[in-house]
Design a protein around this ligand. Structure first.
Ligand code: ATP
Ligand code: MG
Length: 291
C-alpha cells in the first residue's frame, strides 16, 4: 500500500486534526510554490494516466467533499482537463434514490468504484452519510434501517465501515486520495452573493444552499470527526484551502501527481514468452513485405 506524500494539508493519521486550525487560505511558508500550477501539470497527469491504464494494476479513486460553492465542480474540471476521457469517470452523488435506499449505505458508491487502470472521481460520496445525514439525523428515518441505533453509535459505525472498506480497497490496488475543499464561511457568502448579483451565475443559485449554511458549525464538527476517523496512510484526506480557487486547483493537481509519481507506475515489461511471440510476429510481417 502506498504512503501519502508530505503536504502541509495532509490530515494527520492520529486523530489530531482540528477544523479551527485548518487554514482556508494558502500557507505561505515555503510551500506557496507548490500552489503554482506546474507548467506541465495537465500533460504530466495525462502521461501518468496512460501508464496507469497500460499497467492495469492500480485504480485511482479521488473523493471530493466540500461545503456548497467551495468549487468542487470547477476543480474537477480544471484538474482533469487534458486527461484522456476514456480513462476516467466522474460520478456526482445526490440524494439517494429509492433503489439506493433499498441497499446498505455503501452500495451506490461501491458500484461506481473505478476499475484497474482508471481514474474515478466521486463528487460527493459515501461521506455524505456521516455529514449531511449527521447534520440532519431525521434523514435516517427514510433509510429503512433494520435496527434502532443510538445517534452516538451510528456515526462511529459508519465511519468504521468506510475506513475498513478503504483499507480493503487499498490492499487490493486502489489508490485513494480524498480532498476536503476548505472554504471559509465569509468566502462562501461572497460566492453566494456573486451568484445572486451576476445574471450569468443566477442559474447556480440554490436557495437551499443558504438554508444549509445555517448549519455551518454542525457541518464543521461532522467534517472534523469524519476526517479524523478516516485519514489513514492508505486513504489520506487533504484539507485544501479553497478561498483562492487557482491555488486550490494547483494544490489538488500537484497532490495527485506527487502521489502517482510515488507509486512507481511503469509500462509493463514484456515477458520472455511475449518476446518470443513478438519475434514470430516480426518475422511474419517482414516476410509479408517481401512477398
Ligand atoms: P451543484 O450544486 O454544484 O450542482 P451539488 O453536489 O451541491 O452540486 P445538488 O443537487 O445541489 O448537488 O445537491 C445534492 C444534495 O444531495 C446535497 O445537499 C447533498 O448533501 C445531498 N446528498 C448527497 N448524498 C446524500 C445522502 N447519502 N443522503 C442525503 N443527502 C445526500
Ligand atoms: Mg448544490
Amino acid at each position: 500500500m502506498f504512503e501519502a506524500p508530505e503536504s502541509p494539508y495532509l490530515v494527520p493519521f492520529d486523530g489530531s486534526f482540528s477544523v479551527a486550525d485548518a487554514t482556508t487560505t494558502a500557507v505561505t511558508d515555503g510551500h506557496r510554490h507548490k500552489g503554482k500550477h506546474r507548467k506541465n501539470a495537465t500533460e504530466k497527469l495525462n502521461q501518468l494516466q496512460r501508464v496507469l491504464a497500460a499497467g492495469d494494476r492500480h485504480a485511482v479513486l479521488l473523493v471530493f467533499q466540500a461545503m456548497d460553492a467551495a468549487g468542487k465542480d470547477s476543480t474537477i474540471r480544471a484538474v482533469m482537463q487534458g486527461v484522456d476521457p476514456s480513462g476516467c469517470q466522474v460520478f456526482s452523488f445526490k440524494k439517494p434514490s429509492s433503489l439506493e435506499l433499498d441497499h446498505d449505505f455503501l452500495w451506490r458508491t461501491t458500484c461506481r468504484l473505478p476499475e484497474r487502470g482508471r481514474i474515478g472521481i466521486f463528487n460527493r460520496s459515501q461521506y455524505e452519510e456521516v455529514l449531511v445525514v449527521r447534520v440532519h439525523p431525521q434523514i435516517l428515518a427514510s433509510q429503512k434501517l433494520p435496527r434502532e441505533l443510538s445517534l452516538e453509535n451510528v456515526w462511529n459505525e459508519r465511519l468504521q465501515s468506510i475506513r475498513e472498506q478503504e483499507e480493503h480497497l487499498a490492499r487490493n490496488g486502489t489508490v485513494i486520495l480524498k480532498f476536503w475543499l476548505n472554504v471559509s464561511k465569509d468566502e462562501q457568502k461572497r460566492r453566494f452573493l456573486a451568484r445572486l448579483d451576476n445574471p450569468a451565475k443566477n442559474w447556480k443559485y440554490e436557495p437551499r444552499d443558504v438554508v444549509e449554511r445555517r448549519h455551518w458549525d454542525d457541518y464543521m464538527l461532522a467534517y472534523e470527526d469524519a476526517l479524523n476517523a478516516t485519514s489513514r496512510p492508505w486513504a489520506p484526506w487533504y484539507a485544501i484551502p479553497a478561498d483562492d480557487k487557482s491555488y486550490m486547483r494547483a494544490r489538488v493537481a500537484n497532490t495527485i501527481i506527487d502521489t502517482l509519481e510515488s507509486i512507481g507506475l511503469k509500462y509493463p515489461e514484456p515477458s520472455a514468452d511475449d518476446r518470443q511471440e513478438f519475434a514470430e510476429s516480426r518475422a511474419e510481417l517482414e516476410g509479408d513485405a517481401k512477398r
